[in-house]
Design a protein around this ligand. Structure first.
Ligand SMILES: [Zn+2]
Length: 191
């Protein structure tokens, strides 16, 4: 993402791990009139809000440390923590659906580079490379020899990746020109 685009997206930090991201990638928490913590799925509830990664590790740490309660001077109940976990799972599902749709569109547009050979032979040098989580050592070595590529290891296996792009199987690595809208959209998913 270039600086121009970044300027328009205000960044928020997770109160646990301090990772910065846009509001869309974080869970907002506020307190209700009874001083109980609630998940603000609308991201628009009034009052002070804090942000948390949609990540089970951060949720667990938040629960143990009571950081959200302390910052907002509120209390929490079990329903709130269950809602948080549920919400985090929905984030993952949404990301997965978005990724699938972006890859499908990129393939239709003819810009998706499938396999290391296509990536290597592309005249593009700035490439976003996506790897299956069970890709081979050979593919990892290929990537290590191309430091100019930006890479993401997906939470997706070879079989799933093949299925997503409608291939018969064995797809371990995909590439997209970094300056394409498709690559920018994938990067904004914060996978
Ligand atoms: Zn976090």
């Amino acid at each position: 993402m270039d600086n121009k685009t970044k300027k328009h997206i205000p960044q928020r930090s997770c109160v646990i791990c301090r990772a910065k991201s846009s509001k869309d990638n974080l869970i907002r928490i506020v307190k209700d009139p009874e001083n109980l913590l609630v998940v603000d799925t609308s991201k628009k509830l009034p009052g002070r809000g804090i942000y948390l990664c949609p990540d089970l590790e951060c949720i667990e740490k938040a629960k143990k440390s009571h950081v959200p309660e302390n910052i907002l001077r509120a209390s929490s109940n079990e329903i709130f923590w269950e809602n948080l976990v549920e919400n985090a799972k929905n984030f993952d599902e949404n990301k997965n659906l978005k990724l699938r749709s972006i890859l499908g569109l990129a393939r239709k547009a003819g810009v998706l580079l499938i396999g290391s050979e296509r990536i290597e032979n592309s005249k593009e040098r700035k490439i976003l490379v996506l790897l299956a989580n069970d890709c081979s050592e050979g593919v990892k070595n290929f990537l290590a020899s191309h430091r100019e590529f930006q890479s993401i290891i997906l939470d997706i296996s070879m079989n799933e990746l093949s299925e997503i792009i409608g291939s018969r199987g064995g797809v371990q690595i995909l590439g997209l020109p970094l300056n394409s809208g498709f690559a920018k959209k994938i990067l904004s998913l914060n996978l």
